[in-house]
Design a binder for this molecule. Structure first.
Ligand SMILES: *Cc1c(COP(=O)(O)O)cnc(C)c1O
Length: 426
């Protein structure tokens, strides 16, 4: 298509363009394998000399169509789906880091990502240094070493809701000759497109707003195509020197701007196999078709709930970057002028016990270990995800004992506030 389409149209139309007589709706290619006429045709696929499908662990047409839609939404050149957000983050780093390498990461990130980076990658010989998202350029710069290969952060961190200064992080990354990788799960490309601010790679847990209905765990990696790997070829031998497992092919020479995603597919997916099932990709695509309608509603509902809570006597504090007194209000306005996300955190004056009583009194707002789907839900980290920690340890980990994480859904706002109000009064 030559016409430059807007995000709303891309949500509905991108990725799947049927030809004459083909299904209008993206089909689920529920097939592990694909047929060829000659042995030679198949051999060329295995040598990456032709592109085509042969085995779903490497590529599947349903998955590719959905990845292409997400690439279009983020403004990237190529994308791949993964089985989960965790797999996306692992591949994004492991595609350019190996044993002996190092990367720098904002400390305001999802707990699962923190464990992956601090514990599991360490066992593979990859070291990480965490820096505050509020650190100055000089402080971030000071964390870099000769073997540093990437800088990583979350646009809006889950669950601490800190906003990343993407331009600042991109400047430091590029000054050091490494890519900036941004986890853009919470705002989604509807509210923020990190490539426009200098990020090089974007990752998603599609499990959250992209799916939007809490049906499928999934992830995605998108490449902007902007990072010049060959300029820093000594840092990125995996991309810029011959791959012996592909007859000496060099990804940057053979695939240009597609090098990073092709390597992640041909090498990491081939060997580690965390593919998204085509069935899940189909459901994810249906979610994406309404992402542009759902995100504004999540944001306007969350804004009203945050304002309601701020004005309630029983509430001790509210953290939402849409509130003018929030530390990240100005950054959020800059990077997400149309709204950030639907997740809020707050505490009650009565502390931990009051928080538990409040949550148990909610009617349709449910207690679940999830965020960012159509249904409003709550979680009390001190009682659930962080329940092994004492109050002192909780505060050290940045999770106050009274913190309630509220993921505001797309129900009627008056009903959401009424449920919260009756629970506060219970
Ligand atoms: C949930 C989440 C992840 C992990 O994704 P899964 O799909 O649960 O594996 C990573 N990053 C962020 C910001 C998340 O919210």
């Amino acid at each position: 298509m030559s016409q430059k389409l807007n995000l709303e149209t891309l949500c509905v139309q991108a990725g799947w363009t049927p030809k004459k007589g083909e299904p209008r709706v993206l089909p689920i290619y529920q097939s592990t394998t694909f047929k060829y006429d000659t042995s030679e045709q198949m051999a060329r696929l295995f040598d990456l000399e032709d592109s085509g499908y042969f085995y779903t662990r490497l590529q599947n047409p349903t998955n590719d169509a959905v990845a292409a839609k997400i690439a279009a939404l983020e403004g990237g050149v190529a994308a791949m789906l993964t089985s989960s957000g965790q797999a996306a983050n692992f591949y994004a780093i492991f595609n350019i880091c190996q044993a002996g390498d190092h990367f720098v990461c904002s400390s305001a990130i999802y707990g699962g990502t923190f464990n992956l980076f601090a514990v599991t990658l360490k066992k593979l010989g990859i070291e990480v240094t965490f820096i505050s998202p509020d650190a100055s350029e000089e402080e971030i710069n000071a964390a870099f070493k000769p073997n540093t290969k990437a800088l990583f952060g979350e646009t809006i961190s889950n669950p601490s809701l800190e906003v990343l200064d993407i331009e600042k992080f991109a400047r430091v990354a590029h000054k050091n000759g490494v890519p900036l990788i941004v986890d853009n799960t919470f705002p989604t490309p509807i509210n923020c497109r990190p490539f426009e601010w200098g990020a090089d790679i974007v990752v998603h847990s599609t499990t959250k707003y992209m799916d939007g209905h809490a049906t499928c765990v999934g992830g995605c990696i998108i490449d902007s195509g902007n990072f010049d790997w060959d300029k820093y070829a000594d840092k990125f031998p995996g991309l810029c020197t011959p791959d012996e497992s592909y007859h000496g092919l060099t990804y940057t020479k053979a695939f240009g701007k597609g090098a990073y995603i092709t390597k992640a597919t041909a090498q990491l997916m081939r060997d580690l196999g965390s593919i998204q099932s085509p069935q899940n990709a189909f459901l994810l695509n249906i979610g994406l078709e309404t992402l542009h309608l759902r995100m504004p509603r999540h944001c306007s509902n969350a804004q009203k709930v945050a304002e309601y809570l701020s004005n309630n006597d029983k509430v001790a504090w509210v953290n939402y970057c849409g509130l003018p007194d929030n530390k990240y209000y100005e950054l959020a306005k800059k990077y997400m002028p149309n709204g950030s996300c639907g997740v809020i955190s707050f505490g009650l004056k009565g502390g931990r016990d009051e928080s538990i009583k409040f949550m148990d009194s909610l009617k349709f707002v449910a207690i679940v270990t999830h965020v960012a789907d159509a249904r409003t839900c709550v979680l009390h980290p001190a009682s659930h995800t962080h329940r092994q920690l004492s109050d002192e340890q909780l505060i050290e980990a940045g999770v106050r004992p009274d913190l309630i994480r509220l993921s505001v859904g797309i129900e009627n706002i008056d009903d959401i506030i009424a449920d919260i109000e009756q629970a506060l009064n219970a």
